[in-house]
Design a protein around this ligand. Structure first.
Ligand SMILES: Nc1ncnc2c1ncn2[C@@H]1O[C@H](COP(=O)(O)OP(=O)(O)OP(=O)(O)O)[C@@H](O)[C@H]1O
Ligand SMILES: [Mg+2]
Length: 303
């Protein structure tokens, strides 16, 4: 369901991230509306994870702003989580020596109001809050299919279940927007399909989702809208159908230049010059065709 008439949960405006001379993300605008699942795709090194890091306060963007439900967020991870954005990481980040349940409880702490003294004195308020947190964490483990592993150490879970546990932990902060960075990386087809169902269920319970993935079938099945990042810039944004059939997207993945790409002008000039030379060759009858093809192929490979 695409609900473009409602006000966005996420508004990223002109987000730019530079590392020294490298511009990893350049003037990216992106909105996510309530009830939406939005995909973010692009070749390796396109800037997808860097963009997530800018959204979640892990990086302070060089330029631009990030707003949650219309309020601009300070670039501090705990404040971003508190506001309502949760995430998972491309490289799983769990507490390996804690149990599955404890990992989810850690994700819950931004939503518990009991203070330090209450925790130290373990008074009735703390015990009530602790019981409520535990009940909510168990609910999330049921939801993600990990309830029977609640007491296992997280490091003993198979890889696919560790990814699910990351999602359960992120959901523990009751987010309005969940950011998933390659949630199906390393999964087999059955696990990928189960993750697809899980993301739909998360959306159906009222959490909007922004997801990075290289698995195109997963992305195009799942997403109401897809944005394509190439060399830090948003190249195309639209429905799965629109994005799938966009020649620039195909070109970006195949590594061939697209109109407006850095270097595209030079490549066009080379092509034009070659076409001219080829025509000249044809009129003189000189056997230049093979040479020309060889030159063109080398030019494309070098992009
Ligand atoms: N902390 C950093 N310092 C310097 N350069 C960085 C940093 N983080 C990312 N980069 C660079 O920014 C660019 C974008 O990287 P990023 O990890 O965001 O890509 P990605 O789209 O997530 O790629 P992948 O699909 O491989 O995960 C890369 O050239 C990367 O080397
Ligand atoms: Mg990445």
């Amino acid at each position: 369901m695409t609900t473009t008439t409602t006000s966005p949960v996420l508004t990223a405006t002109g987000v730019t991230m530079r590392f020294g001379g490298l511009t990893a993300v350049q003037s990216v605008d992106l909105d996510v509306h309530p009830g939406e699942i939005v995909g973010l795709i692009g070749p390796n090194g396109a800037g997808k994870t860097t963009f997530f890091n800018c959204l979640t306060g892990l990086y302070i963007p060089t330029e631009g702003s990030v707003a949650y439900e219309g309020t601009v967020l300070p670039p501090k991870p705990h404040l971003v989580t508190q506001a309502g954005i949760a995430r998972t990481f491309q490289n799983i980040r769990l507490f390996a020596n804690m149990t599955v349940l404890e990992n989810v409880l850690v994700g819950r702490h931004t939503r518990t109001k009991e203070g330090l003294w209450s925790a130290l004195l373990r008074g009735p308020g703390f015990k009530r809050a602790e019981a409520a947190s535990k009940a909510r964490a168990m609910e999330l483990l049921e939801f993600t299919g990990l309830a029977d592993k609640a007491d296992h150490l997280s490091r003993n879970l198979p890889y696919g279940e560790q990814r699910k546990l990351e999602i359960a932990r992120a959901l523990a902060s009751d987010p309005g927007l969940l950011l998933l960075d390659e949630p199906t990386a390393g999964m087999n087809p059955q696990e990928t399909r189960a993750t697809e169902e899980l993301v739909f269920a998360i959306r159906d319970l009222g959490t909007a989702v922004l997801v990075i993935e290289h698995d195109m079938r997963f992305i195009f099945n799942l997403c109401d809208r897809v944005a394509v990042l190439v060399q830090g810039q948003k190249l195309v944004e639209g429905t799965s159908e629109v994005v799938q059939s966009d020649e620039r997207v195909i070109a970006a993945y195949l590594g061939t230049p697209f109109e407006g790409a850095p270097g595209a002008e030079e490549a066009a000039e080379v092509e034009a010059a070659e076409a001219g030379a080829s025509e000249a060759g044809a009129t003189t009858g000189a056997p230049q065709d093979e040479t020309q093809r060889g030159t063109t192929a080398r030019t494309e490979d070098g992009q």
